[in-house]
Design a protein around this ligand. Structure first.
Ligand code: PLP
Length: 283
């Protein structure tokens, strides 16, 4: 039986009930966080807590017990017997339940906080085969920095890629490559690593932040600069990254092939640094 969390209680998941008047259901009015458990520790829990609080601040939701995020996450791991497994924590906070009205409830209502844990893959021996991705127009809103639960543009775009047998879709805005539907992207040209700057147009990924650090530790040059779509044919390597599957090399952007079909040298250096960090966190 799966145990999930709702508003202060741990319950059998099948018993959880959320009101149809919940603003998450009616408006997508909420934010979420996803954090990985590596059979004994959470990866950058402080980074996830800070981003959770920032997302809430940006949309003016107050979950006064946000300090419980890590304790709730840990209890979900324990209650679902995942201590020695790899797992993901998903936690979402919505503005709460009130009759449908665009204006925020007045007075404010308690937010709805829902979380679950799910078994995930571990850190692989190598980054695996490079995968094709779809390049597509970024049809999302202009506040992609907020980890909003309203993900329709992401799901439609991802589905288009999926139906073409591609593993991710990578967005292009104003001629520049921004990020994926559920990942950040790194691009290597002239032995320099490019990634879109932290801004309203990307989610500030926890994995992205740490990969920039790993690259620095490996003596690689990273530029947080927009990379133009027109230069895609000059790429030596590319990979996308997120909390659930760490780092995935890219073999092609649409019709444009890059690299040899597996992770390139720069990608491998970063991957090894990632592995060393996880080993040191394991202690
Ligand atoms: N960008 C988007 C749009 C995402 O949905 C995600 C993860 O879900 C990321 C980037 C990567 O973020 P993180 O590394 O914190 O998982």
């Amino acid at each position: 039986m799966e145990t999930a969390y709702l508003n202060g209680s741990f319950l059998p998941k099948q018993d959880i009930k959320i009101s149809p008047d919940d603003r998450g259901f009616l408006f997508g009015d909420g934010i979420y966080e996803v954090m990985k458990w590596y059979a004994g520790f959470f990866y950058d829990p402080q980074g996830h807590l800070e981003r959770l609080r920032r997302s809430m601040r940006e949309i003016r939701i107050d979950w006064s017990q946000s300090g419980d995020f890590l304790a709730v996450s840990r209890e979900l791991i324990r209650a679902n017997s995942l201590d020695n497994e790899h797992a993901l924590i998903y936690l979402q906070v919505t503005r709460g339940t009130a009759p449908r009205n665009h204006a925020f409830p007045e007075p404010a209502v308690e937010p709805t906080v829902y979380a679950f844990a799910r078994k995930a893959g571990g850190f692989k021996d190598d980054p695996g085969p490079a995968v094709p991705v779809l390049l597509t127009k970024d049809i999302r809103w202009s506040r992609c920095d907020i980890k909003s639960i309203a993900l329709l543009a992401n799901t439609i775009s991802f589905q288009n890629a999926h139906e073409k047998g591609m593993k991710e879709c990578i967005f292009v805005r104003d001629g520049f490559i921004t990020e994926g539907s559920r990942s950040n992207i790194f691009l290597v040209a002239d032995n320099i690593i490019y990634t879109y700057p932290q801004s309203d147009y990307i989610l500030s990924g926890i994995t992205r932040k740490n990969i920039i650090r790993y690259a620095g530790e490996a003596g690689l040059e990273v530029r947080e600069e927009p990379f133009p779509e027109t230069r895609i044919h000059t790429l030596q390597e590319a990979f996308f990254c997120n909390s659930s599957s760490e780092l995935t090399p890219v073999s092609s952007f649409g019709d444009v092939k890059i690299g040899s079909g597996s992770a390139g040298q720069v990608t491998m250096k970063i991957y090894e640094q990632f592995r060393a960090d996880l080993a040191s966190l394991k202690g």
